[in-house]
Design a binder for this molecule. Sequence first.
Ligand SMILES: *Cc1c(COP(=O)(O)O)cnc(C)c1O
Length: 387
Amino acid sequence: MAGPLLPYGRQTIEDDDIAAVAQALRGDFLTTGPLVDAFEAAFASQVGARHAVACSNGTAALHLAMLALEVQPGEVCIVPSITFLATANCARYVGAEVVFADVDPSTGLMTPDTLAEAIGRVGDRRLRAVLPVHLRGDTAELPALAALAAEAGAVLVEDAPHALGSSMSFGDTAERVGDTRHSAMATFSFHPVKTIATGEGGMVTTNDDRLAQRLRTLRSHGMVKPQGADPWIYEMPAPGFNYRLPDILCALGLSQLAKLDRFAARRRALAARYAEALKPLAPIVRPAARPDWSDPVLHLMVALIDFAAAGKTRRQVVDELRARGVGSQVHYIPVHTQPYYRDRYGPMDLPGAEEWYRTCLSLPLYPGMADEDVDRVILALSGVLGL
Ligand SMILES: *Cc1c(COP(=O)(O)O)cnc(C)c1O
C-alpha cells in the first residue's frame, strides 16, 4: 500500500530552528540586524570565500551579480539550457542577451565543448559572463570553463543553489563550491527544497572586495554612507533594490547552516543507497552520471529513464509513481524552449538538452528520508516500469 506521499524534496525544520526564529522575533531588529552579519560570516567560512552577501532569494542573488558586474544592455551572457528560469532571466533583467549552451545529456551540465560551441554563437557582441549551473549538486568543470570564458573576455558566475556542500578536485586539492576560486561570484538559494532552507533566501559569495561592496550597496537601494558624514546622511550614486534578507530569516539560516554537515552526510548516504538499488534497473534506468572531479552533496536524485523501451510515457510513470506514494519532478524543461526565449531568439537545436529533458526524472531525496523510503521508491519504480 502507498504510504504518505514522498515529495521529490523538502526542508528539514527542527525545534531549535523554530526557537532561533522566535528569539530573533523578540529581538530589536526584524530586518537589518546582527544576525545578517553573523549568517554571512558563517556562510563565507563554510564555503571558503572571503565575502558572503545575503539577499532575498536566489533570483535576487543572480540579479545582484549581474548588476555588480555592470553587465550592459546588448552584451551577452551564456547560460546552459538545462537550469531554472532565473539563471537566464537575470541577464534579461539588465538588458543583456542570453546565448544558451547545450549540456552533456548524461550529466545535464554545460561542458567545455558545449561552452566553446555557444561562444561561437556570440558573434561580434561582447560576452560578459558565463553562468555554469552545478545541476543536481555535481559540479561543472570550472577550470576549463573559466579558461574559455577568460579567452573570450568574460568571467564565470556560478549558479550554485544545488551544490551547497559539494566539492570538487582538479589535481591534488579539494575545493568547496562557493569558494569562487575560478569564478567572479557564486550564487545560492535557500528555497525550502534546497540544502538549507530559510523560506525565501539567497547568498552571493566572492573573493573580490569591490564586487562585495557593490553587492551590499545594490541590495539596499544603492545607498552609501560617506565616511565622516553626519549620521542622517546617505547618498545614492545609482539606484539599487530592496533585496535584503531579514534578521528573522538569517536566524533560521544560521541555525540551518550549523546542520549542513549532518544534512550533507544524510544526502550522501541516501544517494549511495539509490546508486546501489538502481543498478538492477539498468539499462532502462540509469542515475545521472558523475563527473570524475565531482564529490557532490546531491540536491536532486535524477534518474535517466528510457521511457520508450519501458513501454510507458513519462506522464504514465509520474502518475503511477504518485499512486504508489512516490512524488517526482522534472528538472528542467530546456529554458531555450520557453515561449519568451523562443520568440526572442527563434527555435534552436540543442540536442543534449533535449535528450536530458526527454529522459530525466527526479526521485525523492531529502535528509528527512529513511533508508526504507529509498527502498520504497525503487520498488515503486521497478513495479511501474515492469522491471
Ligand atoms: C532555486 C534556483 C534558483 C532560484 O532561487 P530562488 O531562491 O527560488 O529565487 C536559481 N537557479 C537555480 C539553479 C535554482 O535551483
